[in-house]
Design a protein around this ligand. Structure first.
Ligand SMILES: Nc1ncnc2c1ncn2[C@@H]1O[C@H](COP(=O)(O)OP(=O)(O)OP(=O)(O)O)[C@@H](O)[C@H]1O
Length: 250
């Protein structure tokens, strides 16, 4: 059972990697590690895949220390066991977000500053790819958040070239819903550090998460249908574009 699940789970990731050409020979991939279950799942899976992949690629783990008191010994041990170097980038992002700039959208600012620190370290390490632990639920939640707060039908892409840095951002877990990742964490006995951020669990994303959970309870195939919709979207099925039309002001 455990072996079959491992094969199936890694198969989903390999399919996403192949479908979107995420990893090629000689790539150096910096994996963003928060210490949470999604990023530990990602690193563990990429490590297993790298051992039998037809092409050679290298992994580096990067933890952006936001400045919260956190014990990362479990994360250090987790990386050491897989022979992957863990690089810790010390920052004062928590203080900037919650003290210096009170009132601004803290999640967006934190994500922006964190990305800068992560990508800077990836470049310093000579990496050409940065990998994030976003999964299918994250893509669906982002879709609803964009619709509700900006009036746009959009979500993040599985693979994006970032022309400012020359890095390519990859999200190999995009074919997997959150519940499959929870099963993987349990079966593989992976560690997870609890998110120390005071906003955790009280964000707009949390609201979107609850909405998606409710919808998926009511429409059991929703997440897979959403994936199909994202991959087969036909612009002609929406209304013709009106040039110069401002979002929310037709
Ligand atoms: N402090 C960090 N340092 C490096 N990478 C990070 C950090 N925080 C988040 N990331 C990366 O960004 C991804 C998305 O971050 P987000 O805050 O949405 O976490 P999440 O969905 O709860 O995932 P996780 O379970 O890995 O914490 C993570 O999976 C990870 O790859």
């Amino acid at each position: 059972m455990v072996k079959d699940y491992r094969k199936w789970f890694l198969g989903r990731i390999k399919k996403a990697i192949t479908d979107y050409g995420m990893i090629g020979a000689g790539d150096r991939v910096a994996v963003g590690m928060s210490g949470g279950k999604d990023s530990t799942s990602l690193l563990h899976a990429l490590h297993l895949i790298s051992r039998s992949a037809p092409v050679r690629f290298e992994l580096e783990a990067v933890f952006v220390d936001l400045g919260w008191p956190a014990d990362i010994s479990l994360l250090e041990e987790f990386c050491r066991l897989r022979n992957v170097s863990l690089h810790v980038v010390k920052t004062g992002i928590a203080e900037i977000v919650f003290e210096a700039r009170k009132g601004e959208n803290p999640c967006a600012l934190c994500a922006h500053l964190r990305r800068g620190a992560f990508h800077g370290k990836a470049l310093e390490l000579g990496c050409n790819k940065v990998a994030l632990g976003h999964h299918l639920d994250d893509a669906i939640e982002t879709f609803f958040m964009s619709l509700f707060y900006t009036g746009q039908l959009r979500t993040f892409s599985p693979c994006t070239f970032l022309d400012r840095t020359g890095l390519t951002m990859i999200r190999p877990l995009v074919y997997l819903p959150a519940e499959d990742i929870r099963t993987w964490v349990e079966m593989e006995g992976l560690p997870a550090i609890t998110n120390p951020c005071p906003a955790s669990g009280k964000t707009k994303r949390q609201e979107a998460r609850e909405l998606v959970a409710w919808l998926a309870g009511r429409y059991p195939d929703l997440k897979m249908r959403f994936l199909t919709a994202l991959q087969t979207f036909d612009r002609r099925n929406l209304w013709p574009e009106i040039k110069g039309c401002r979002i929310g002001h037709n």
